[in-house]
Design a protein around this ligand. Structure first.
Ligand code: C5P
Length: 310
């Protein structure tokens, strides 16, 4: 029997992410699309507290609409804990307390961060000492974005987004996030992209898309140059998020007017991420957007992935 390294309770913090670049290819038979993406973890976190228990139980705080977070086995953190128990033969349970700051269904991987944090927290609490590559495998089974929430930093994601290679990023990038009260469904946004492409004949007529992250994106990150990065940020899902939520166009225009270098829909949306030149300009953009009645947050990246907080 292994001995729990952290008796009682473990606190793990995991970051939300922005897709600085998101190229979407064809839909495979398993329903997932081939991706070429660059993730950056940003300083907006999910805090997960794992406490000894005989049962598997869950509590959630930090969300306005409690019904927006599933409290049963559909909850990704709960699934992560049960998957780890099954994989390691651990026979007890855990109480997971999720303190959420990443918007629910916001395109920033909040649920994936919960799952990554739950894996790390339960592994420490139970003393199961699962090696990193095995934790990565479990993460990938839970969802395409979960491995990145484990690793954090800046990384290129291929496959379903779960095959990661670290990308060099110098310095820090300042982002302003505009969040929405009502989330968007990720599967619905992917399905809308497929429909849009087949209606416009986009993929049928064109030669197969080359699914690679463009070199200028990687160069801009390596140079730590927000101007160069702003010029090549891109998200294939933006067209479908805008079809689903046309008002996001106004948000993007407002942020650019306030002085952001560039603004894109984050992942499947509806969060909009604005890249700013400096921390000071981000503060200015944030306050202009708040004055216009928007929910705007100033964050920075890259930050580390899921970590135990002492
Ligand atoms: O992996 P995750 O559960 O986060 O994915 C949610 C949904 O997003 C999937 O069920 C699928 O509809 C869509 N998706 C996709 N291709 C990807 C990642 C996600 O179609 N590479």
């Amino acid at each position: 029997m292994s001995v729990a390294a952290f008796p009682g309770s473990v606190h793990v913090r995991a970051p939300g992410k922005i897709n600085v670049y998101l190229g979407v290819g064809d839909r495979h038979e398993d329903g997932y699309h081939a991706l070429a993406t660059v993730f950056q973890a940003v300083s907006l976190y999910e805090d997960v507290y794992a406490t000894d228990s005989d049962e598997f139980t869950l509590s959630v705080s930090g969300v306005e609409d409690v019904d927006s977070v599933p409290m049963d086995d559909r909850n990704l953190a709960m699934r992560a804990a049960k998957m780890l128990a099954a994989a390691t033969g651990f026979e007890g349970g855990v109480h997971l307390e999720l303190r959420k700051s990443v918007p629910v269904a916001g395109g920033m991987g909040g649920g994936s961060a919960d799952a990554a944090a739950a894996l790390v927290a339960c592994d420490a609490l139970w003393g199961t000492a699962v090696p990193p590559h095995r934790l990565h495998e479990l993460a990938a089974r839970l969802g395409a974005d979960v491995p990145f929430a484990l690793h954090g930093g800046t990384a290129v994601g291929t496959g379903r987004g779960d095959q990661l290679n670290p990308a060099l990023a110098r310095g820090r990038f300042d982002w302003v996030l505009v969040t929405s009260d009502e989330g968007l469904s990720t599967p619905a946004i992917y399905a809308r992209l497929d429909a849009h492409r087949s209606e416009s004949g986009a993929l049928a007529d064109d030669p197969p898309m080359s699914l690679e992250v463009p070199i200028p994106v990687l160069q801009a990150l390596r140079a730590g140059d927000p101007h160069s990065l702003a010029a090549c940020m891109f998200n294939d899902l933006e067209v479908s998020a805008l079809l689903e939520r046309p008002s996001l166009d106004d948000v993007i225009a407002e942020g650019l007017h306030a002085g952001a270098l560039s603004g894109i829909v984050s992942g499947s949306g509806p969060t909009v991420a604005f890249l700013c030149e400096t921390p000071e300009s981000a503060q200015y953009v944030q306050s202009e957007l708040q004055d216009a009645g928007r929910a705007a947050l100033h964050v920075h990246g890259p930050v580390p992935g899921a970590r135990i907080i002492a």
